[in-house]
Design a protein around this ligand. Structure first.
Ligand SMILES: [Fe+2]
Ligand SMILES: [Fe+2]
Length: 328
């Protein structure tokens, strides 16, 4: 899949940010043959079936006019709060809405990783996702049930899965110290591969990149940390996750070859969830097979307790048919 083309005077929006039955504040356009064609009118609400159709056709981005960006942002904020606060709205819809907003937050921060304003805005959406995943009983499960679609897999989709798994594992191990810390863990999970094009990796053979010791691959942790910058507004946990997620408890990871006792505990868990998620990509979305292989490969490297905790989550939530399951 080629990169999404954005015509002049337009801005891309993720279809995951569209919320059913909420009035759009702006016109929305589809990209057809390189041109923006009006798809939905501002002032109207979108039916669930119309949004689902986009997903069925694997359309993950649409367009708005650049001048409407702040109006679209207001639509997301209001719709998200409404969806999260309405007790009659299903868990899946709450998770979809907060995941879409968090994916948009990733887009925003990845464009301006050094910006304090972008960091603060994005953190607000990451915090909302954290709250949803922690407070709703099946929140984590709803993320793990999102079907893997190779054509739609990018850094934000990868970050979302790593965040949900890491949050669940960190919670079960008592590693989350506060709401602020929880938000930092999610931010780190979304931003960990900032200097790597996951979309590109998903299209290619990832083990080849690892075996070749490709410099882009080997430098992506340090480069991402440098892009975010060691600044006061960035929570130290975010940088620890970015810098250490490719380290391995047996000392065979990079960039420093740290061993388990030298690693940050949360970063170690995120690294494990990240390895699992990369395995999911290689197994074309088969989370059960990915878990089986990861268990075999990493036993002796990670502690049995850590691998078993991850396995428990995967087996509890992931649907064996998730790859082709498009129902809600
Ligand atoms: Fe990475
Ligand atoms: Fe990753």
């Amino acid at each position: 899949m080629s990169k999404f083309f954005v015509p002049q005077d337009y801005a891309a929006i993720r279809t995951s940010t569209l919320i059913p039955d909420r009035v759009l504040g702006t016109d929305v356009y589809a990209l057809i043959n390189g041109k923006a064609v009006k798809w939905a009118l501002g002032g109207q609400s979108l039916e669930k079936s119309r949004i689902r159709k986009l997903r069925d056709f694997k359309i993950r981005k649409l367009l708005i006019q650049k001048s409407d960006e702040s109006a679209y942002r207001s639509y997301i904020e209001e719709s998200l709060d409404f969806t999260l606060n309405d007790p009659n709205i299903k868990v899946e819809e709450k998770v979809n809405a907060s995941s879409g907003a968090a994916e948009m937050a990733y887009d925003e921060l990845s464009k301006n990783p050094e910006s304090e304003a972008s960091y603060k805005t994005s953190s607000m959406y990451f915090a909302k996702l954290g709250h949803v995943l922690e407070s709703l009983e099946d929140g984590i499960g709803a993320v793990l049930k999102i079907p893997f679609v190779a054509e739609q897999y990018d850094n934000a989709a990868h970050g979302l899965q790593v965040a949900a798994l890491s949050l669940s594992l960190c919670r079960s191990m008592g590693l989350i110290r506060s709401e602020d810390h929880r938000c930092a863990i999610i931010t780190g999970c979304f931003m960990h591969d900032l200097a790597l094009d996951i979309e590109g990796l998903a299209r290619q053979d990832m083990p080849m990149v690892r075996e070749a010791r490709d410099p882009v691959w080997l430098n992506h942790t340090k480069k991402a940390a440098a892009l975010m910058g060691d600044k006061n507004h960035v929570h130290p946990q975010v940088l620890e996750i970015i810098l250490q997620h490719e380290e391995s408890p047996d000392g065979k990871g990079f960039p420093l070859g740290l061993r388990a006792n030298e690693m940050d505990k949360v970063a170690l868990i995120v690294g494990l969830c990240n390895r699992f998620e990369h395995q999911v990509v290689q197994q074309n979305g088969d989370r059960f097979k990915a878990m089986e292989l990861l268990f075999r490969e990493q036993l002796g490297c990670y502690e049995l307790e850590q691998l078993s905790a991850l396995q428990k989550i995967v087996h509890a939530y992931a649907s064996p048919s998730a790859k082709s399951d498009t129902t809600e």
